[in-house]
Design a binder for this molecule. Structure first.
Ligand SMILES: [Fe+2]
Length: 475
């Protein structure tokens, strides 16, 4: 408990003492908790035998007020002054606490607003976890901050399970393992190799209580089972969505050596709640995307089954297109959409008669026209799905040529969407290195030689350079 002198401004105390002195016509003394003299009014009065009354803050003595004990002074006067000072100090302290609370709430709101603008519609688990770890590191710079998640499959299972929030939930989560997703700080590489079990140690306590935990010295806490890096102080906050645990924040040893304060813990727990919802949404989106990709792959294989020579072509084109996009340095978000577009690029062949697709000889003009309809048919199919409208354009133009001699729109150069130019390169390479009804496969070296000759005419020359580097590195 603080001293009275720390709770009220010194000039304000002097003012109070002078008012008591003037109104009650007596000298007034202020003493600390040990009854040593702090202040007096009038200032030139000599210290004398005093009668004193304690001044309280929340039932604890923070100092004493005294008046001279000579001349039979009224005890009620002293009691009044002490009570008055107790009330004034109590109100002052309350105002200070409220001001502190307002400041902390403002800080919390500012951080949540910043998080909201940084995360927005982000549906990337890694990015959300990175932002969360950075925010925790900003609030209390520590030697290490790691974000652990339960396996995505488990999170999905739990989200749809009727046992969430029940005792069965606690039982099922007890046996799960949390894997590191992101780690910042001195021991990040070590932290990224460790796992945490929810059925023992400090994490067990956090899971059961569903609240943050801080330990000032793990060496004297027998719940701590050891980490693969040095730890003295630790802070763990659960990531909870709708009563289900999806992960945990683990921070160890603040850089300034101080303990993790309750204000920091409260702030981090608020951020954790916000981010946990974003992580859960991203995990669900990942699940939906995974189903979408599997469906697209199954779809492309079904269509390719009409022609044994092209079986698996779309998957191979997709893999090559992704490699080119990674080499160019595109974001993982775009790469995922390109992967999907490449898987579906020949989906329009669903409208091409099987006898034409499997014809051993040369196609006549009418048959060639029918084959050339497939980008248009594919785009029409895909544009029926609103979220894939842009992919429909990439599919529509995957047979355009860089010099404008392709189809269906005779686009040239950069007017051809970049994903279409990438798919075109992957498409040609896979076609050349696969057996056809009318020829056997070219070797990779032969295919590259053929493609090099058409680079700048049929194919985007810059993207082809990236592709050549990929093939050379693999060879
Ligand atoms: Fe095609």
């Amino acid at each position: 408990m603080p001293e009275i002198i720390d709770l009220i401004d010194k000039s304000r105390i002097n003012e109070l003492l002078s008012q008591y002195s003037n109104v009650f016509k007596t000298s007034v003394f202020l003493l600390n908790k040990n009854e040593d003299l702090l202040l007096k009014f009038p200032e030139n009065i000599n210290y004398t035998d005093l009668i004193t009354e304690p001044i309280y803050l929340r039932d604890s003595v923070v100092g004493y007020v005294g008046i001279p004990g000579t001349g039979n002074p009224p005890q009620s006067l002293l009691a009044f002054i002490a009570k008055n000072m107790t009330e004034i100090i109590g109100m002052g302290h309350e105002i200070e606490s409220l001001a502190g609370e307002v400041a902390r709430n403002y800080e919390e709101l500012s951080i949540l607003r910043s998080l909201s603008s940084r995360l927005g519609a982000v549906l990337n688990v890694d990015k959300i976890c990175n932002v969360l770890a950075e925010e925790v590191m900003n609030i209390c710079p520590s030697k290490n901050v790691s974000i652990f998640l339960v396996s995505e499959m488990l999170a999905d299972t739990l989200s749809t399970s009727s046992i969430i929030g029940s005792e069965n939930f606690a039982h099922s989560i007890r046996s799960s393992v949390l894997f590191p997703k992101v780690s910042l700080g001195t021991y990040s590489s070590t932290a990224l190799m460790m796992t945490l079990s929810t059925d023992r140690g400090l994490l067990k306590y956090v899971v059961e209580k569903k609240e943050p935990l801080t330990v000032c010295d793990v060496s004297v806490d027998n719940r701590f089972e050891g980490f693969p890096y040095p730890v003295k102080r630790i802070f763990i906050a659960p990531l909870i969505v709708e009563d289900s645990l999806i992960g945990a924040i683990v921070a160890t040893d603040k850089l300034n050596g101080e303990e993790f304060f309750s204000t920091e813990i409260k702030l981090i727990f608020s951020i954790a709640s916000y981010c946990a919802i974003s992580i859960k949404k991203a995990l669900l989106f990942d699940g939906i995307r995974s189903v979408l990709f599997s469906t697209a792959e199954a779809f492309s294989l079904t269509i390719e089954a009409k022609d044994l020579y092209t079986y698996g072509h779309s998957k191979r084109v997709s893999d090559i297109a992704v490699k080119i996009f990674k080499k160019v340095g595109m974001s993982s978000e775009i790469i995922n959409w390109v992967r999907l577009a490449a898987l579906l690029h020949d989906i329009g062949k669903i409208g091409t008669p099987e006898n034409i697709l499997n014809k051993k000889g040369k196609l006549d003009v009418r048959e060639m026209d029918m084959v050339r309809q497939h980008p248009l048919t594919g785009a029409r199919v895909i544009e029926q799905i609103p979220m894939l409208k842009e992919l429909a354009q990439w599919i529509l133009h995957h047979h355009e040529r860089y010099d404008g001699s392709g189809y269906p729109s005779h686009l040239s150069g950069d007017s051809i969407p970049m994903p279409s130019r990438v798919i075109a390169i992957a498409d040609v390479f896979d076609a050349l290195t696969s057996d056809r009804s009318y020829r056997t496969a070219f070797t990779e070296a032969e295919a590259l030689k053929i493609m090099r000759e058409s680079s700048g005419k049929d194919l985007d020359p810059l993207l082809f350079e990236y592709f050549e580097k990929i093939v050379s590195a693999a060879g």
